[in-house]
Design a protein around this ligand. Structure first.
Ligand code: SME
Length: 171
């Protein structure tokens, strides 16, 4: 039977995919307090678990700018000023940003010219933006509301996990 990836079918697949990633992330984090190690494993989980990505990783807030953290993909720009690019915009707003076509986003920072769409989710704890999770895709319009909600769930699990190990939350 032929299926289309539209409507209910696409949504339930997305939900199932993120339910599985949530379970795997919880298992990866269990018993480990080190924030960098946990962020590194989460970047690898997301990069290999979601289809059509060319970059997945973190930038951490340090002294008013974002600094490159654990990631999978090609080498990337190291420092991003708050408010600059998609990452800096998400950090400044304190909310996720979905960009359907990076060519249409003024100020987009092109680390990899293959990237065409992007999803950035901030890491927020006690109202402070600690960094962002950044996903890039070579496919235009790769990220939908299901991806945004799913990645926000994953980020919330990481942040909540580290809150329980406050000594391991320092960067
Ligand atoms: N495109 C991002 C920069 C980071 S790289 O995509 C890994 C931005 O505009 O903030």
């Amino acid at each position: 039977m032929q299926e289309t990836l539209t409507g209910e079918s696409r949504l339930s697949r997305g939900r199932q995919l993120y339910d599985d990633l949530v379970t795997q992330l919880a298992s990866l984090l269990e018993g480990e307090s080190d924030f960098v190690a946990n962020a590194a494993n989460m970047a690898a989980l997301v990069y290999h678990g979601l289809p059509a990505l060319n970059w997945a990783g973190f930038y951490f807030a340090r002294g008013g700018e974002l600094v490159l953290g654990p990631f999978q993909g090609k080498p990337a720009c190291v420092r991003i000023a708050r408010g600059q690019g998609v990452c800096g915009t998400a950090a400044a707003r304190g909310e996720s940003v979905v960009v359907s076509d990076v060519h249409d986003f003024p100020g987009h920072i092109a680390c990899d010219p293959d990237s065409r769409s992007e999803l950035v989710v901030p890491l927020i704890s006690d109202g402070a933006v600690l960094g962002v999770l950044d996903l890039d895709s070579p496919v235009p319009d790769r990220f939908d509301g299901e991806d945004r909600a799913g990645c926000e769930r994953l980020v919330a699990i990481l942040v909540e996990h580290q809150r329980r190990y406050s000594a391991g939350f320092s960067l």
